[in-house]
Design a binder for this molecule. Structure first.
Ligand code: KIV
Length: 301
């Protein structure tokens, strides 16, 4: 394949162009090859290998348990399954506690998985890490408001952030700080819609909302929530399919066919030339049928 035929991936410049043109940016999480392939073919421009992986794929109770190796494993699969989307990988808990660690781990995502950008949680406090990454040429998506990795520090329960004055001021300051540090976009999670709309109005970079109302520059959802694959549906999500029941019906149908002996059928089986089989078994027309004789092995022939 010549270099001219290589599929071109969405870049952060493309995301900035969508934003400048006022086109809402639809982003989704992806964790594996088959789903990433479908989302990519459907034209979703930005796929996040979120550390929500921990809960929705790996069965952990929070994102805090997710390791860098687990994130890399899934980021590689998503990159391999896509040709067009910008793939953003979440830096997991404590993997960017210092700018040096942020650089080392983000570098692994780019070099070992082939993603195009990383995401990290935090506003003012995350500025040193964001600046170091941007200086090194690594595009950064920031994440403010409800930041799941701070679950324990934020009271242990998922909660809308920014309803009171102090929190609202902090979130505005966080959003401005990550923009000035060089982030190309910022996720606003679980923030009242008026506050999110006002932050969006004040920022030059796109805001990507999740539970932050319709006034953001784009939206992101956890793919298992909109496909109906999760164990519960968060209030901010809308179910566009009921794959849990689709899958359950499909496997019940398959198991019933196995039980009835109708799977596999002719279409799912291969046949061989009966004469060759007879030859192998020594039961051909010229053979004396001796059904108790062992099947001759190559060394006996
Ligand atoms: O990990 C994740 O899925 C996220 C989204 C909720 C933005 O961070």
């Amino acid at each position: 394949m010549s270099a001219g035929n290589v599929a071109r991936r969405v870049t952060v410049a493309e995301i900035a162009r969508l934003h400048a043109e006022g086109i809402p940016i639809a982003c989704l999480t992806a964790y594996d090859h088959p789903v990433a392939r479908i989302l990519d073919a459907a034209g979703i421009p930005l796929l996040l290998v979120g550390d929500s992986l921990g809960q929705v794929v790996l069965g952990y109770e929070s994102t805090v348990r997710v390791s860098m190796d687990e994130m890399l494993h899934h980021a590689r699969a998503v990159v391999r399954g896509t040709e067009h989307a910008l793939i953003v990988a979440d830096l997991p808990f404590l993997s960017y506690a210092t700018p040096e660690e942020a650089l080392r781990n983000a570098g692994r995502f780019l070099r070992e998985a082939g993603v195009g950008a990383v995401k990290l949680e935090g506003g003012v406090a995350a500025v040193p890490a964001i600046e170091a990454l941007v200086r090194a040429g690594i595009p950064v998506m920031a994440h403010v408001g409800w930041t799941p990795q701070s679950l324990h520090g934020l009271g242990g329960r998922t909660k809308v952030q920014g309803k009171d004055r102090a929190q609202a001021r902090r979130i505005v300051a966080d959003a401005l700080a990550v923009q000035e540090a060089g982030a190309f976009a910022v996720v606003l999670e679980l923030v009242p819609e008026q506050l999110a709309a006002e932050i969006t109005r004040r920022l030059r970079i796109p805001t990507i909302g999740i539970g932050a109302g319709a006034g953001c520059s784009g939206q992101i959802q956890v793919i298992t929530d909109i496909l109906g694959l999760g164990t519960f549906i968060p209030r901010h999500a809308r179910r566009y399919a009921d794959l849990q029941n689709v899958i359950a019906d499909a496997v019940r149908g398959w198991a019933a066919d196995v039980a009835a002996g109708s799977f596999p059928g002719a279409a799912e089986s291969v046949r061989m030339d009966d004469a060759i089989l007879a030859d192998v078994l020594g039961t051909g027309a010229l053979d004396r049928p001796d059904l108790d004789a062992p099947i001759p092995l190559d060394r006996d022939l």
